[in-house]
Design a protein around this ligand. Structure first.
Ligand code: ATP
Length: 425
C-alpha cells in the first residue's frame, strides 16, 4: 500500500499543470455521467518517463460518446466528432487540443490485419489489445482514486527495467506492424526488446508476416521513426531484420547514413525555412544509393507525387556537379545561379554532406538570396522606351545579379545600370 501511495504521488507530481487541469474536467464529467474514465496509452508511459506527450487518450467504461459530449461542454470545446460504429469520439476543444475518447471494448481479429469487429468489454480487455506492456497502462481519473495506476500486464515494471515486451505470443501475428513499432520504442527510449519478444518477432519476420502490412502503414510507422530524435537504433534494427531490404533490396544502412541523419537533427532551422519535414530528409538519406529507376519503385510504393519525383530526379542527376561548383562559388550571384532551380530536398542533402564553405553558401542562399527580389523590373525598361520582348529577361537578370553581388546597392544605382545595359543592347 505504501509503495502504491508513493507511486501515485510520483505520478501526480509528473503531470504538468495543463494536463492536470484537463484531467480535473474529465474527473468532474465522469462523476456527473456516472461512468469511469481512464487516461490510457502512450501518455501514461510518458508521464512515468517524464517525457512531454500531448496526445490525450481516454477510455470510458460506459457510453463514451455521451461522455465526450458532456466533456466538450465542461471544457467549453468547439465540437465532438463521433464514430458510432466504433463507439469512439474526438473532443475538439480548440486548434491545439483534441481529446480522443474510446469506449472500453474487445476487438476480435477475424483474420490477421483485418478490421476488428467491435463489442463492449472491460478495460482489461482493452489494455490487452495494446501492442506492448509499456503501452498497456491506464491511469484512474476517478474521484477517489485519481492518479492510481491500473497495470494489468506489468507495464510499470517493464518501463523501470527498460523492456519492450508484447502481451501475448500471437501479438505479432495479429498485427505485424507491431514489429516496426517495437523498433521505434526501443530506439526512442533506449530500451531493449525482451528476449522472448525478440524471438517471436524474428519468427514472424522469417514466416513472412511483414508482407501482410500495407505500404501506407509501413510509411506511417517509418515517418514516426525517422522523425524521432534518435532514429539510429531503429534503423539498425530495420537493417538487422532485413526490413529495409523489403523497401528495396539495394538499401543498406551505413555509417555514412548514420552521420548524415545525426546532422539532420542539428539542421532544424534550415529544414523549417525550406518547409521540409525531418522524416522525409532522413528517408531520402536512406535511399541515397539507389539510381533513378530504383528510386521510382520506392517513391511509387510510398505514394510520392509525380511532380516531386521529376524535380528530385533532376536535382539528383546533377548533384555531383552542383556539389563541386558550389564548393568553389564565391559570388552571391553564382550561388544563386547554381541553386535557383534545385529542389529543396536536394539542397538539404547537399548541406548534410558538404564541407564548411559549402554549408555557408547554402545557408546564405536559403536565408537571404533565395527570397531576394529584383529592385527594378520590366516596367522600368518600358519607361526607358524599350519595347517588351524576350531580351528583357537577360538584361534584368544581369541587373539582378549585380544587386545580389552588391547588397548595398539602391534602386537608383540599379536603374542607371539598367539604362546602360539597355543602351548597349
Ligand atoms: P507516440 O508518442 O509516438 O504517438 P504512442 O504510444 O502514443 O506513441 P501511437 O501510435 O500514437 O503511439 O498509438 C497510441 C496507442 O495505441 C499506443 O500507446 C498503443 O497502446 C496503441 N496502439 C497503436 N498501434 C497499435 C498496434 N498496432 N497494436 C496495438 N496497439 C496499438
Amino acid at each position: 500500500k505504501e509503495e502504491a501511495r508513493i507511486l501515485r504521488e510520483g505520478i501526480i507530481d509528473g503531470i504538468g499543470a495543463g494536463l492536470r487541469k484537463i484531467l480535473e474536467s474529465i474527473r468532474e464529467t465522469a462523476a456527473r455521467e456516472g461512468v469511469k474514465a481512464y487516461l490510457v496509452g502512450g501518455i501514461v508511459r510518458d508521464i512515468i518517463l517524464g517525457i512531454k506527450n500531448e496526445d490525450i487518450d481516454i477510455v470510458v467504461e460506459g457510453n463514451g460518446i455521451e461522455f465526450a459530449k458532456s466533456l466538450c461542454e465542461t471544457l467549453g470545446g468547439r465540437k465532438v466528432v463521433s464514430h458510432e460504429k466504433f463507439k469512439t469520439a474526438v473532443v475538439v476543444v480548440d486548434d491545439e487540443l483534441k481529446i480522443d475518447v474510446a469506449t472500453s471494448r474487445v476487438e476480435y481479429y477475424e483474420y490477421p490485419t483485418s478490421l476488428p469487429t467491435v463489442e463492449y468489454g472491460s478495460l482489461r480487455e482493452d489494455m490487452f489489445r495494446r501492442d506492448f506492456t509499456i503501452n498497456s497502462l491506464a491511469l484512474e481519473v476517478d474521484n477517489n482514486r485519481f492518479g492510481d495506476l491500473v497495470d494489468y500486464f506489468n507495464g510499470y515494471r517493464d518501463i523501470r527495467d527498460k523492456k519492450i515486451r508484447i502481451l501475448h505470443n500471437l501479438s505479432f501475428i495479429e498485427d505485424p506492424t507491431r514489429i516496426i513499432r517495437a523498433f521505434r520504442f526501443a530506439s526512442r527510449y533506449g530500451f531493449d526488446i525482451a528476449e522472448e519478444t525478440e524471438r517471436l518477432l524474428q519468427d514472424s519476420i522469417e514466416n513472412g508476416f511483414l508482407k501482410r502490412v500495407s505500404w501506407p502503414r509501413v510509411k506511417t510507422e517509418l515517418k514516426i521513426i525517422l522523425g524521432d530524435r534518435r532514429p539510429h537504433r531503429a534503423l539498425e534494427y530495420l537493417e538487422k531484420y532485413g526490413i529495409l531490404k523489403t523497401i528495396h533490396p539495394k538499401i543498406s544502412y551505413s555509417s555514412r547514413m548514420k552521420s548524415q541523419i545525426e546532422k539532420t537533427a542539428d539542421s532544424k532551422k534550415l529544414l523549417d525555412t525550406l518547409g521540409l519535414e525531418k522524416w522525409m530528409v532522413n528517408f531520402l538519406v536512406v535511399l541515397e544509393n539507389l539510381n533513378s529507376d530504383e528510386l521510382d519503385l520506392v517513391f511509387n510504393k510510398f505514394g510520392f507525387s509525380g511532380s516531386f519525383r521529376k524535380k528530385y530526379h533532376l536535382g539528383s542527376t546533377k548533384r555531383k556537379k552542383i556539389l563541386e561548383e558550389l564548393s568553389i562559388a564565391r559570388k552571391n550571384s553564382r550561388i544563386y545561379d547554381i541553386l535557383k532551380e534545385v529542389t529543396n530536398e536536394i539542397i538539404v542533402l547537399l548541406y548534410l554532406e558538404g564541407n564548411r564553405e559549402l554549408k555557408e553558401n547554402i545557408e546564405k542562399y536559403v536565408y537571404t538570396l533565395r527570397d531576394a527580389e529584383c529592385m527594378v523590373g520590366g516596367r522600368d525598361l518600358i519607361e526607358m522606351g524599350e519595347a517588351p520582348g524576350d531580351h528583357f529577361k537577360d538584361i534584368l537578370k544581369d541587373v539582378f545579379y549585380f544587386q545580389l553581388d552588391n547588397p548595398g546597392s539602391g534602386r537608383e544605382e540599379l536603374l542607371e545600370i539598367l539604362e546602360e545595359k539597355f543602351r548597349k543592347n
